[in-house]
Write a protein that binds this ligand. Structure first.
Ligand code: PEP
Ligand code: MN
Length: 356
């Protein structure tokens, strides 16, 4: 074979490649159009009957040199890629996505801006136990110039025999302390029916890890005009987490803070495994502020400061940590809460590396 002949064939091959490229993309654009119609009509994207029909038509026409099975394989790959393209379109359309809204969502909580580039802190006891207990922590928070006070009134506990929280009484304590110290309250709600009642007492509704896919609760939180702090589920993928937030925003409430709080893995050295890379992924994929809960992710006091530094370095908008005046006697999470001197030290150390 002469060089000329080879060059000529190669040139033809290049041309065929370009034709294929054009055709594959033309096909993709048609699939996208079909996808839009299907989306409008709430039709399923994948239609196996139609796919089989297309494959039959193609293989019937095939007279080599490829085997029928090879042709099927190649076309199935093209079909699959087009279907994924439709799914990307769907992702593009999510209301929480950055594609939908390129600018960061900034949430105002009693004058405190969340998501504006400054690091925020959500600090307080695991559970509200008494007025004195919450007030002591509030005093320490105030002293550090912080604004967001957390405390669980409704506690979703693994065991039904563990302390379940003070309920409405706990919310009243939080509200009283917040008013006295001019703080904003973040507290978990576990039952959609409690939301209306809780609105008067709290500034941010927390939806806990165990309820991340409690769709009725998500919808109820989406129907009101209060910021929501949504925690990642114990075994939730980032995609599931994003879709949980979508449930809230789709009802009209876009004031959502995402909170990475560790996920369940085989690792036993920590209570959960802090998925720190979820922070930049969530920041890229969504326009929502992202916080890191260093307490529940690690379950270890000695890891609170290093993980908080990591959260800060990786671009988190806030850090959540539990503080109790006397963790040894705490009614929940006693192994992982900081006492007040430890909290002071925690804040002082973070101030040395803080970005504001
Ligand atoms: C909490 O923050 O009080 C809590 C129970 O955390 P999680 O839902 O992340 O377990
Ligand atoms: Mn806790």
């Amino acid at each position: 074979m002469s060089h000329n002949e080879m060059d000529n064939l190669r040139q033809q091959l290049d041309e065929v490649n370009m034709d294929l490229l054009e055709l594959v993309n033309r096909r993709a654009m048609l699939v996208q159009e079909i996808g839009k119609i299907k989306h409008k009509q709430s039709m399923k994207r994948f239609d196996p009957v139609r796919e089989r029909d297309m494959l039959n038509k193609i293989t019937e026409k095939n007279d080599g040199p490829f085997e029928k099975s090879t042709i099927e394989h190649i076309f199935k790959e093209i079909f699959k890629a087009s279907l994924e393209l439709q799914e990307d379109d769907h992702r593009k359309a999510l209301l929480v996505s950055r594609k939908k809204k390129p600018n960061d969502t900034i949430i105002n909580i009693k004058g405190e801006q969340i998501g504006n580039g400054k690091l925020n802190y959500v600090i307080g006891p695991c559970a509200v136990e008494s007025y004195e207990q919450v007030a002591q922590v509030a005093e320490a928070i105030k002293h550090k110039g912080l604004k967001l006070l957390r405390g669980g009134a409704f506690k979703p506990r693994t065991s039904p025999y563990d302390f379940q929280g003070l309920g409405l009484e706990g919310l009243k304590i939080l509200k009283r302390v917040a008013d006295e110290y001019d703080l904003a309250v973040v507290s978990e709600i576990v039952n959609p029916a409690h939301i209306e009642e809780a609105i008067d007492y709290i500034d941010v509704i927390q939806i806990g890890a165990r309820n991340m896919q409690n769709f009725e609760l998500l919808k109820a939180a989406g129907d009101i005009n209060k910021p929501v702090l949504l925690k990642r589920g114990l075994s939730a993928t980032i995609d599931e987490f994003i879709n949980a937030a979508e449930y809230i925003i789709s009802r009209g409430n876009g004031n959502i803070i995402l909170c990475e709080r560790g996920i369940r893995t085989y690792e036993k050295a920590t209570r959960n495994t802090l998925d720190i890379s979820a922070v930049p992924i969530l920041k890229q994929e969504t326009h929502l502020p992202v916080m890191v809960d260093v307490t529940h992710s690690t379950g270890r006091r000695d890891l609170l400061l290093p993980t908080a530094k990591a959260a800060l370095a990786i671009g988190a908008d806030g850090i959540m940590a539990e503080v109790h005046p006397d963790p040894a006697v705490a009614l929940s999470d006693s192994a992982q809460q900081m006492d007040i001197p430890m909290f002071d030290n925690f804040m002082n150390e973070l101030a040395k590396v803080n970005r504001y």
